[in-house]
Design a protein around this ligand. Sequence first.
Ligand code: FES
Ligand SMILES: [Fe+2]
Length: 378
Amino acid sequence: MEKATQIELIHELLELQHENAQFLDERWEKTGPERYLSPDLFARERERISLALPQIVAHASELSQPGDFRTLDIAGRPVLLSRDETGTVRAFYNVCRHRGSRLVNDASGCRQRFSCPYHGWTWNNSGRLIGIPQEKSGFPGLDREEYGLHELHCEEYAGWIWMRLAAGDGFDAQASLGGMAADIEGMMAGDHVVFETTTREIAANWKLLVEGGLEAYHFRVAHKNTIAGLFCDNLSSYRCFGRHIRSVLPRATLAGLKEEPEAAWELGRHANVLYTLFPGSQFLVQEDHFIWIQGIPVAPDRTQLRLSTMIPRAEDTAGKQAYWQRNHQLTITTLDEDFALAEGIQQGLASGANTHLNFGRFEGALARFSEFVDDAIA
Ligand code: FES
Ligand SMILES: [Fe+2]
């Protein structure tokens, strides 16, 4: 993030802290429980958001060498990511072109070719059909060029692999970030590696899990046994860049900056910055590493999550394993507190007890996120 922006954001928070005030929206808002319960709404979100918009699906280091591949399911669709022999990352439906079997069952690995587990049709890692058992007698005249794997739009940008499932024109990952692109490039994700990944399947709507990170109102109560003491009570600010949100969550050390010259101020030393990339990726940037949280909606009341601690590549072998392990564990313990709350909310909403939920004036980022979802499915 640019130095001038860091200083502006620090001033804003220091002033609020000085006045014992919060970063407030114009008004507080209400939303209906059906937003988290409705199968119809979920189907529309799947069509207009999960299938239609470009999204991050992997970190570049997870496909670092030619031949590396990963499989995943997005919006109910089986996907195969592969770095081909030229170094280009490609995305395909993980579906055999003979009779539709799932082509690759392993979660990840390194292969030059993919051979179907049913009858053995085989493709190279660029998606070209290169082998059909008993082709001449069974499929005379078949044109192999017509039977490449079904390819999807895919792009490598800023250290991430981006993909879009919908057919039609390609996309520009950088343009899709709008004014947030410089910040995301500045994270230098390409110079990081995955230290450890934890996965969860949470019995809650995907939006509840995104929203859980967008305010600091709950820290003092919900995280009293973990991180509450490290942060300012109910102090955070946010900015929107298109449908993406940058939240700043200042740590308790913020007040000490008043004693330091402005030129020495560094936001990252005194605040966590949370980037919420619409629809489902969040990066929680901490002083020396960042957390990547990726949500995959499965059903109105079910979401798969992957939580990865991303560390500088140079530190991967620097003998700090125990340090990073402690960091990862604290993150998971803290987020598990949020997930347990989200599952409770999901049950509470389904009970019909409440006619609406309330977003306070200092929970404005949740109201914005809610509007962005409405706008995307309108
Ligand atoms: S379904 Fe894949 S080879 Fe037959
Ligand atoms: Fe939380």
